[in-house]
Ligand binder design. Structure first.
Ligand SMILES: Cc1cc2nc3c(=O)[nH]c(=O)nc-3n(C[C@H](O)[C@H](O)[C@H](O)COP(=O)(O)OP(=O)(O)OC[C@H]3O[C@@H](n4cnc5c(N)ncnc54)[C@H](O)[C@@H]3O)c2cc1C
Length: 645
């Protein structure tokens, strides 16, 4: 970015001064839209429940119902936290560029321009791929319906591309010449998006001849992904949900066309997520309960399991066709706001001279102040993508999968820098009217976390509710726990003496196992008494305040003549964060549970010493598991970013 860009970033880009031509001309869009219209556009372009009907395949293959159900919940929490974080930044810097402007403002000075440029480009091309996915879904679903209804139809990829191009053309024309109708169309699209959902949802619940059991929906995990690790497979399945819950930042890119964006945009993003999240979740439950035989659905000749599911639910190809048409209509309508948002990103980058032909691309039409050149450029890019599909649908899908990557990179970078600023230089942050306050740090963290490392001890693991639940073999391991109820007591004896080690006589009912002297005072003070450590038998020295019992038994079992001046210990058994002393396992437990406990659980990676291979229950074991957790985390992150939908 050049000098002008630096300046415009500095001023939040609500206006732009063309210094090259020596004139001061403002490039602004018309504030055409109400908050309701922006909410409608963001909600319609996300099209969560419609998109789920296609992306669910990946989740079902990678983990089955459990991957789809719990993956959606995790992805939704992450998306809400990310949207809230981005909302707070939009309130500080309300510009159509969004993420790359946030990075320009918040990244370290030395890196801000290159990082901002990268964020802008990656985000913009993520948006191009994201925009292509809706008309492509609609086009290929039309082909799926023709296959369903006509046995003689021979599927050809170019047919799909032709329909895709037609949808692009309609959306492009709407974006250039139909802006006055845009508010009406988007508000109507939101109504269609919701009403179509209600119709499809009710038909599925009412007509499904048989429904799966709750255990099928909530506990069936099937790894058919080809990955040997269930955790990696589950994470890949979760990409389906990440994909359908992305795109809420469309509201940011349209923010220069609405009044009061500093307050309205954050609410529009969260609103669009809640609307789509609720409908997506309900639709997902309907699919899982009513889908019939999973293998039949996944092997549908139409290419779309959802068409097969609609057919098996209603028992009629005609009804399945009508239901699928609602998906085709809403996916087609989503293309309009998708193209609008992507064009605004191009336009904003051009305004900041981050593109070739920036001067042309940043122009807006005189009458309606629409960035027509940017809309046309987006159209051309999307049109060219259509040729890729004619050559290979796999290559086309690979490009589409870039959408998840591009969008999430553009979300993560500003959140990372906001988090860093909040912790290290909070004084430079000037918040807008919409801010997260005390929730800022945890919300930034939740939106960033790709994995969670848990060091919760075995005996405390039962206190944590996991969604999805921990594997069946982990349950008895947690219920049994480890069995160490021993005690470690530090004594101060009056007399100074040479070192000793005493083993208690195990033939009587000794409370102690053994004890040994440790030292005779610090080097500075010189010899002064004896400090020693005694280890108690399981459950024998439980009351740390019962000094008479602790000292009497010490005399009986270890040192009859010791003059005990003081002792220090801790009640590990009743400590809610340990529920026992250092881990010692009962008979047969290691052979049954060790390997299972060491496995990651989805994106949760366990690092406790309690199930180390070596030095279990010791600090060395904690280090071993910590090192392993780092390796597992790197593997999960690598595989997540490498995989495609
Ligand atoms: C009395 C005693 C003496 C020991 N002596 C030695 C020794 O001499 N040498 C040696 O190598 N090892 C010794 N150990 C063992 C060693 O301390 C542990 O093995 C090691 O600290 C375990 O490390 P960790 O990271 O796995 O778990 P920890 O260090 O126990 O960390 C677990 C964390 O999880 C937190 N937690 C628990 N429940 C929850 C919850 N519900 N929510 C959130 N957080 C939660 C806890 O507060 C804690 O911070 C001793 C242990 C004890 C109890």
């Amino acid at each position: 970015m050049d000098k002008t860009t630096k300046k415009s970033v500095e001023y939040g880009l609500s206006s732009y001064k063309d210094e090259d031509e020596g004139v001061v001309s403002e490039v602004r869009l018309k504030r055409n839209y109400s908050p309701l219209t922006i909410l409608s556009m963001a909600a319609v372009l996300m099209a969560t429940w419609e998109a789920l009907s296609s992306t669910m395949v990946s989740a079902l293959v990678s983990g089955g119902p459990v991957s789809l159900f719990y993956g959606f919940i995790v992805a939704f929490i992450g998306a809400v936290a990310t949207a809230a974080s981005l909302g707070e930044m939009t309130s500080m810097y309300p510009t159509a560029g969004g993420q790359y402007h946030f990075v320009a403002k918040l990244a370290p000075k030395k890196w801000q321009y290159i990082l901002s440029w990268l964020t802008g480009w990656i985000g913009t091309f993520g948006w191009v791929a994201f925009t292509a996915s809706a008309p492509f879904l609609a086009a290929t679903m039309v082909q799926g319906l023709i296959t369903l209804n006509s046995e003689s139809y021979v599927f050809q990829r170019w047919h799909g591309t032709m329909i895709y191009w037609a949808l692009l053309l309609g959306s492009g024309m709407m974006n250039i010449w139909g802006t006055r109708l845009m508010a009406l169309i988007e508000d109507a699209s939101l109504i269609i998006h919701i009403v179509a959902f209600i119709v499809v949802f009710v038909v599925m619940w009412v007509c499904a001849p048989v429904k799966h059991s709750a255990s099928f929906v909530f506990t069936l995990f099937q790894n058919n992904s080809g990955w040997s690790s269930d955790g990696v497979s589950w994470s890949i399945g979760m990409l389906s949900s990440c994909y359908v819950l992305a795109g809420y930042d469309g509201a940011i890119h349209l923010c220069e066309e609405m009044l009061n964006p500093a307050v309205s945009v954050p609410w529009c993003m969260l609103g669009s997520l809640v609307i789509n999240g609720v409908m997506g979740f309900a639709f997902l439950l309907a699919i899982l309960f009513c889908m019939g035989d999973m293998a039949t659905a996944l092997n549908s000749t139409t290419g779309f399991p959802i068409i097969e599911i609609f057919k098996s639910v209603t028992g009629s190809p005609a009804a399945a066709t009508a239901m699928t048409c609602t998906l085709i209509v809403t996916a087609s309508l989503a293309t309009i706001p998708l193209m609008a948002s992507t064009a605004r990103m191009f336009w904003c980058l051009a305004r900041d001279k981050a593109f070739p032909f920036s001067k042309q691309l940043s122009k807006v039409s005189k009458k309606d102040r629409v960035p027509i050149w940017s809309v046309a450029t987006v159209f051309v890019f999307l049109f060219i993508l259509g040729f890729v599909n004619i050559g290979s649908t796999t290559a086309f899908n690979a490009i589409l999968s870039l959408a998840v990557f591009g969008l999430h990179v553009s979300y993560m970078l500003p959140v990372i820098f906001m988090f860093w600023r909040r912790l290290c230089t909070p004084e430079i942050l000037t918040y807008g009217p919409w801010k997260l306050g005390g929730f800022g740090v945890p919300v930034n963290i939740i939106s960033l976390a790709k994995t969670v490392v848990s060091t919760i001890p075995l005996n405390c693991l039962g206190d944590i509710a996991f969604n999805p639940p921990l594997s069946p073999l982990r349950q008895p391991a947690i219920a049994k726990g480890h069995i160490n109820k021993g005690a470690k007591i530090h004594f101060k004896l009056k007399d100074t003496g040479p070192g000793w080690f005493t083993t208690a006589n195990s033939s009587d009912d000794s409370s102690y196992v053994f004890a040994f002297s440790d030292h005779n005072g610090t080097q500075a003070s010189g010899p002064s008494g004896t400090w020693c450590i005694g280890f108690g038998y399981n459950g024998q020295l439980m009351d740390k305040k019962d000094y008479k019992h602790i000292i009497d038994r010490f005399h009986d079992a270890i040192h009859p003549t010791a003059n005990v001046e003081a002792y220090a210990t801790h009640d590990w058994m009743n400590d809610p964060y340990t529920k026992g002393a250092w881990a010692c396992w009962g008979a047969n437990c290691a052979s049954r549970f060790l390997q299972e406990l060491q496995k990651p659980h989805g994106r949760v990676i366990f690092a406790t010493a309690d199930w180390a291979d070596r030095w279990r229950g010791f600090v060395d074991g904690a280090i071993e598991r910590g090192q392993q957790a780092v390796k597992n985390t790197i593997a999960v992150l690598k595989n997540t970013s490498r995989s495609s939908l």
